[in-house]
Structure formats: structure tokens, C-alpha cells
Design a protein around this ligand. Sequence first.
Ligand SMILES: Nc1nc2c([nH]c(=O)n2[C@@H]2O[C@H](COP(=O)(O)OP(=O)(O)OP(=O)(O)O)[C@@H](O)[C@H]2O)c(=O)[nH]1
Length: 129
Amino acid sequence: MAAAIGPDAAGRWLMHRRPVGKAHAGLWEFPGGKIDPGEGPREALAREIAEECGLALDPHAMCEVGFAADDPGAAGGPRPVLLLLIHCPTWSGEPRSLEGGEWRWLDRQEIRGLPKPPLDRELAARFFD
Ligand SMILES: Nc1nc2c([nH]c(=O)n2[C@@H]2O[C@H](COP(=O)(O)OP(=O)(O)OP(=O)(O)O)[C@@H](O)[C@H]2O)c(=O)[nH]1
């Protein structure tokens, strides 16, 4: 699950730079994470964002806006990855780095220029272009 949190009053969106020691370290992503057993997708996204940066999201305001999947044949990775992009138009609080990542509000032009993992590149291209 990946969150497109925004736009804020300046038209910016909240992006997360993955910390050292994780897959895709140093790259910028739509923040989020995986669904735990027993959770719904919106609930999972709200939990992940709260854990990673302290923002509170309203699951009822969320709306799915895109998806990207890796090519299991080409990637040869341990498991297939399907990433859903969810628009989160309302939030409360200010982002803080609670798990080592970096947080920034950026406009679409700035997001275009960021180094991103492959699936986030696809999601951003479809969502912002
Ligand atoms: N955001 C993103 N994640 C990707 C891409 N490709 C890919 O395999 N992944 C994987 O999808 C998972 C995303 O979940 P996550 O954000 O909770 O990852 P994580 O490293 O914090 O958790 P983990 O250590 O349990 O895997 C990660 O395992 C990540 O490596 C991609 O293009 N974008």
C-alpha cells in the first residue's frame, strides 16, 4: 500500500526517502507498507503512516488511484510485488522521522526529478502526468 498524501496548501505531496539498510535505500517513494493479517488495506496504510511519521490519516477519505506490479519473470525476486496507490486528501499532524527515513513535501515537478524505486516511478508518472 502506498499513500499519495496531499496536496497541501502549496500544492505539495508528502514523499519518503527510504533509510539506509532497507531495500531501495536512499530512493524516494510514496510512503506506506504491507498489510498485516486481519487488516483491511486502508487500515494498514493508516497504521504504517502513523508508525513511520506520526501523521494520522482518515481511512474513510482514502481513494484508490493506481497500481503498479513488478514483472516476476524479469525481476527473479523472492515474491511478486503489487503496489496500490491510495490518495489521502486529509491528514492531521506534521511528519517526523520515527523509523529513520526522511520526509519532504514536494511539488509534482520536484517529484518527477527524484530518484525512485521502479514501481514508484510508474505510479508517479501515471498520477502526476
Ligand atoms: N515502494 C516500493 N517497494 C518495492 C518496489 N519494488 C519492490 O520489490 N518493493 C518491495 O516492496 C516492499 C514494500 O514494503 P515496505 O515499504 O513495508 O518495505 P520495508 O523494507 O519497510 O519492509 P520489509 O523489510 O518487511 O520488506 C519492500 O519489500 C520493497 O522492497 C518498488 O518499486 N517500490
